[in-house]
Write a protein that binds this ligand. Sequence first.
Ligand SMILES: CC(C)(COP(=O)(O)OP(=O)(O)OC[C@H]1O[C@@H](n2cnc3c(N)ncnc32)[C@H](O)[C@@H]1OP(=O)(O)O)[C@@H](O)C(=O)NCCC(=O)NCCS
Length: 150
Amino acid sequence: MIYRNAILSDIEVIHPLVYKYAQEGLMLARSRNQLYETLRDMIVAEENGEILGVGGLHIVWDEIAEVRTLAVAKQATRRHIGSEIVSRLIADGKKLGVKKFFTLTYQPEFFSSLGFKEVTKDELPQKVWKECIDCPKFPNCDEIAMILSD
Ligand SMILES: CC(C)(COP(=O)(O)OP(=O)(O)OC[C@H]1O[C@@H](n2cnc3c(N)ncnc32)[C@H](O)[C@@H]1OP(=O)(O)O)[C@@H](O)C(=O)NCCC(=O)NCCS
């Protein structure tokens, strides 16, 4: 398995992967525009030329970043690809000075296994809500907020 920064030609694989899970209600959809604009946030897992997973770390404010756009192809789940992607995103973020990592998720067991703790959404900094306003679910968010901090 190779873990590497996402490149432009990966978008046409990442988009349907995320879209499919979004249709199942497992994560939020990302438009191609959002994916292109945040391409530098993302890393992918690639095996024999096939993209099997993706995840992004989006810097939100001083010392805080969001783990987002995390998806592992169905046939490749439970091979620790998702946890490897998140661990790498966290290691990269720490190098930049990120102290708090949060996520909004429907998969609390997965994030708990990586040390994230559930918090109430109002424990997240106000800046986080800027992006929520654009979410189709706003203000009825049913995702679970989780934080990993030092
Ligand atoms: C959630 C997801 C990213 C996990 O990726 P993965 O590569 O399958 O996860 P891992 O193999 O790294 O799992 C690590 C640990 O998390 C926990 N875990 C993972 N998936 C789980 C699940 N469906 N239910 C309960 N625990 C789970 C387990 O403790 C697992 O360790 P174990 O297999 O040794 O028991 C993947 O299932 C996925 O893409 N799901 C659909 C999209 C999605 O929900 N994305 C997250 C949006 S924030």
